[in-house]
Design a binder for this molecule. Structure first.
Ligand code: IPE
Ligand code: IPE
Ligand code: MG
Ligand code: MG
Ligand code: MG
Length: 359
């Protein structure tokens, strides 16, 4: 389906607004010059700014004021950028290109790349904590809430935990069940845990024929992945990894936007559901682009998942089934925000963009 006219323009306007706010935040820092250069190098490279755009769109759909959402929008992009710098390190995915440039550790060395990531992580919380508006009581309550949302999305029960599981799965060690530290009790409060009907349906055994066009890596890491787990168990395992490593920050972005608008509980619930669906769809699309994408558009090297023996959707379900699952999730996401009526149109467009993108 084609994008609604005006969506690309609106997206571009929001991206420009976010870039300007990030430049302002960097300008306030008083760091050693090489640390600032390294942080700026990654933060100001050409990212899609998806997560901060989601913060602003959620704020808008809940009737908030954009200025109240800007600190959280910057903060989530800082955390996302730090996660990319660390994700690319030799001890993790060992990648050489990111956002159209050599990776941070290739340019600045491993130590400074790690420290630039650390600095972006801490700067994110400082950015939210330093936000101020006229209503000081509401402000301190909202700031505390936003810090809680961001920490939960970024930490061990969210992005960082998901990265650990991703690496364990690559090494053949992760067995689907509760993730470490995520019990049935505490998962009730966790933004990643909500399983949508579409996600549930992913637990279908892979059609072996569907994966034929996916590069079939033969390295030893991959061989270790082909254990005696059933295909069904492995799809459940993979959706848990994706919901944590990628879905948590994306759902967190929606929650932050809603919190910045002081939205009611029903709006938050619908936005959370939308976030869980597009978060998983986003990582399925990322896995697909790693198979079918083009480096000049992606800004990163495709084929790395196969090289590393990663557990991926196209690897388990094949390309066509993975696309169908992503589209099913997008439909469910759009249904979740239909309650907002006409105001949901940018969120609907963004959900479609997530699966139709080539970068
Ligand atoms: C890449 O995220 C990492 C994943 C979670 C798949 P993006 O595709 O949003 O990367 P940028 O921000 O546009 O560079
Ligand atoms: C990364 O997933 C998710 C993060 C938390 C950064 P990937 O490892 O698939 O992301 P890319 O493909 O390197 O961008
Ligand atoms: Mg990774
Ligand atoms: Mg990676
Ligand atoms: Mg990837």
């Amino acid at each position: 389906m084609m994008s609604e006219p005006g969506f690309k323009t609106h997206l571009h306007k929001l991206q420009i607004r976010i870039d300007a706010a990030l430049v302002d935040e960097l300008a306030k820092t008083n760091w050693p010059a090489n640390l600032k250069s390294a942080a700026e190098y990654s933060l100001m490279a050409s990212g899609k700014r998806l997560r901060p755009v989601l913060v602003l769109l959620a704020n808008e759909v809940c009737g908030g004021q954009q200025k109240d959402a800007i600190p959280a929008a910057c903060a989530i992009e800082m955390i996302h950028t730090y996660s990319l710098i660390h994700d690319d390190l030799p001890s993790m995915d060992d990648d050489d290109f990111r956002r159209g440039r050599p990776t941070s550790h290739k340019v600045f060395g491993e130590a400074l790349a790690i420290l630039a990531g650390d600095c972006l992580l801490t700067m994110a919380f400082e950015t939210i904590a330093a936000a101020s508006n006229v209503d000081r009581v509401a402000n301190s309550r909202q700031i505390a809430e936003q810090i809680r949302i961001l920490a939960a999305a970024a930490g061990g029960a969210g992005m960082v935990g998901g990265q650990v599981l991703d690496l364990e799965a690559e090494r053949g060690a992760f067995v689907a069940a509760e993730s470490p530290g995520q019990t049935k009790e505490n998962s009730k409060n966790h933004s990643c845990e909500q399983v949508s009907p579409a996600v549930d349906q992913m637990a279908n055994p892979a059609d072996p024929a569907a994966g034929r066009s996916v590069p079939s890596p033969t390295n030893s890491k991959t061989a270790r992945n082909v254990s005696n787990q059933t295909a069904e168990t492995r799809v459940v395992e993979l959706s848990q990894i994706h919901k944590m490593k990628t879905g948590a920050l994306i759902a967190g972005a929606l929650e932050l936007g809603a919190a910045s608008a002081d939205a009611d509980e029903h709006s938050r619930k619908q936005l959370r559901h939308y976030g869980h669906c597009i978060g998983l769809a986003f990582q399925i699309a990322d896995d697909l682009l790693d198979v079918t994408g083009d480096q000049s558009k992606l800004g990163k090297k495709p084929g790395r998942d196969a090289d590393l023996g990663k557990l991926t959707y196209p690897g388990l379900l094949g390309i066509e089934n993975s696309r169908a699952k992503a589209e099913q999730l997008v439909q469910e996401a759009c249904d979740a925000v239909a309650v907002f009526g006409d105001r949901s149109r940018w969120l609907t467009e963004l959900a479609r963009f997530i699966v139709e993108r080539d970068h």
